[in-house]
Design a protein around this ligand. Structure first.
Ligand code: TXA
Ligand code: MG
Length: 327
């Protein structure tokens, strides 16, 4: 199959209506989209990404009212939706029967979000079905933040890539789930626990800290959010996170790339993410920088810990997951 890049949402809509795969831009990362209500189309997503069948997909919709079509929405989730959608927030909700099991990998819950990206919103508005869309990368590799990244990983496997330029946020959406007692944060993103808590008036806890039986339906054979598996967003080049001066000493004989917030280190190649000292800038550059380094001939990547506040929490989460783990 030939894969074309363009900005024509009519072409994208035609492919999607015909059951084909189309990569779409969002404000977070590019998604690999298909008709979420068609088992046959959704199966193509798993195949193209080589994604394990137990890892569920996020539903992308155009309007808040459509939440009710696909899920049972409690009052607090609705409050969060009104406040943060369209935007980089995904809500995990009890699913309605219209959503096929393959889309949620057998879970009774469905993850839903409204991407804040004009081309994709216009595309969604033309369709009478929602789009299932995981990040548009081969399973296990770094998420794509521009159309070229998608091409690198999926050329020949998908029909079309809608080119919306570089994504603005650069890290995947925050995923949360409202329960009777607390809000569970399943994945950190640019919308923080503090922001969710302030809007909802409820406590927010990390999913690793939460073990109530109310979310156990999907936990017997897999984690509640498989994206939280330890190694998920890994470059091929081994990556270590920590004190850079010490790590440089330890790996002195190797060709080193250093990822830093804004500090320059002597004797190595520097990849400074945010000369402006803004964490949002660092977040938007992280994945593209990891790819650039991975496509060069470095033997090792060393990364700083970023300030663990705001979107810095999500940055640290993604970098630590990309770390080299001895198996
Ligand atoms: O920003 C984003 O969320 C991007 C863009 C394309 O929208 N999408 C994205 O999708 O990051 P993906 O598939 O790469 O990550 C979705 C995460 C996975 O960790 C998946 O396990 C989790 O969401 N997830 C999806 N549906 C779920 C469900 N029903 N129950 C638990 N976890 C779910
Ligand atoms: Mg992904």
């Amino acid at each position: 199959m030939d894969t074309h890049i363009g900005k024509d949402i009519q072409i994208a809509a035609a492919f999607l209506k015909a059951g084909e795969l189309v990569a779409i831009p969002t404000e977070t990362v590019y998604g690999l989209a298909a008709n979420a209500l068609s088992e046959k189309s959704v199966a193509k997503i798993y195949a193209a990404k080589n994604r394990p069948s137990f890892n569920p997909l996020i539903l992308h919709i155009a309007h808040i009212e459509q939440l009710h079509k696909y899920a049972f929405v409690d009052e607090i989730s609705m409050k969060l939706a009104m406040h943060f959608m369209p935007g980089p927030l995904t809500l995990l909700l009890p699913k309605k029967i219209i959503v096929p099991d393959i889309t949620t990998a057998g879970s009774k819950k469905v993850a839903i979000r409204i991407p804040n990206q004009s081309l994709s919103l216009a595309l969604l508005a033309q369709l009478d079905f929602p789009l299932a869309a995981p990040s548009a990368n081969p399973s296990g590799y770094i998420s794509p933040t521009n159309a070229q990244h998608v091409m690198e990983g999926l050329n020949g496997k998908i029909a079309y890539i809608v080119d919306g330029g570089d994504t603005t946020v650069g890290l995947e959406s925050t995923i949360c789930e409202v329960t009777d007692e607390v809000i569970i944060l399943h994945r950190a993103g640019s919308i923080t626990a503090e922001q969710l808590s302030a809007v909802a008036g409820m406590k927010v806890v990390n999913d690793s800290a939460y073990q109530a039986p109310t979310i156990s339906d999907h936990r017997t054979d897999s984690p509640a959010t498989p994206g939280q598996l330890k190694s998920h967003y890994a470059p091929h080049t081994p990556l270590y996170m920590g004190n850079i001066a010490e790590l440089i000493q330890t790996h002195a004989s190797k060709k080193i790339a250093v990822i830093s917030f804004h500090t320059h280190y002597e004797g190595v190649d520097n990849f400074i993410l945010a000369p402006d000292h803004q964490l949002s800038t660092a977040a938007s550059k992280l994945f593209a920088t990891l790819r650039t380094i991975d496509n060069s001939n470095y033997e090792i990547i060393l990364s700083e810990f970023f300030p663990n506040e705001g979107i810095g929490i999500a940055i640290n989460d993604r970098i630590s997951r990309a770390q080299f783990i001895l198996k």
